[in-house]
Design a protein around this ligand. Sequence first.
Ligand code: ATP
Ligand code: MG
Length: 322
Amino acid sequence: MQRTLSLLTPSGHLTLGNLLGALRPMAAAATAAPAGCFYGVADLHAMTTPHDPGRLRALTAETATLMLAAGLDDATVFVQSRVPAHAQLAYLLECTATTGELGRMIQFKQKAGDESTRAALFTYPALMAADILLYRPDQVPVGADQRQHVELTRDLALRFNRLYGPVFTVPELVLPTAGARVMRLDDPARKMGKSDADEAGVVLLLDPPDVVRRKVARAVTDSDTGPDAVRAAPDKPGVSNLLDVLAACGGSPEGLTTYGALKRAVTDAVVAELEPLQKRYAELAADPGHVASVLEAGAARCREVAGPVLAEAQSVMGLGPS
Ligand code: ATP
Ligand code: MG
């Protein structure tokens, strides 16, 4: 059976970008093939830079609950740290990787500061390789920013298999099915991101309607106010972004001739898109016992799948009885 794996790092509150670009396609895949979909909250990945424990716990719960609210509950939904095989295999892969190749990771070079940089920021690609290899997927759909890490995952799997024995499936790298790429409302040159410090141009999934309205009202548009001002064009990134969001949320640009009308239509479409999600979130958040049991069942399924892979890797590396 083809397996799909997707992890979301609880590095901030989930955004409209995460919904349209990630949660929605994930939900579609889970509906089509629930048994093959493994969706996790990557709490361990949120600790590679200075973090606040209380905030991490709250964001982990919020992210997992939003994933269930977004319709991923047909799939196996889990929290990474509840499946110890991830951290255990990461160590074995750190013993397979070299400091040279980890040091070449662009993200490390970009984010590393001085000597106070956490060691985990350096070793993080080994954990990401473990996240993938434990589930033996044939393919990993990956965006541009994670490409180099998946290439490394392939290199590590090939090297491990050659040195110790054929334990891992070497996953093929595939382009993700083109999802929407939502840009910041206040700066359409920048992608909307959940860990952006400034939330002014970022629509959060749990933003109430009046906050959505305010953020969309302040969206950057254009100085051109001609009769065909409301159209997508390369030199109109703000308007193009609003039109993309409108279409992705099921709205129509028909008859919209002013930026004001466009913004009202976008607000209505986004609010209508978020309303059922927020309602379901509120129901789930009111029943934390249920959410905990779904996540525990998810982690148990992951332990079943990942446990034997970890055990094989440990054994061929010379750990435990022969
Ligand atoms: P961060 O700021 O922490 O990088 P992020 O919002 O960029 O957060 P990621 O954890 O990097 O989110 O990615 C999670 C998923 O959401 C990925 O599948 C990514 O492609 C998707 N995604 C993130 N931002 C957007 C966006 N603005 N538009 C569409 N998809 C997005
Ligand atoms: Mg990102």
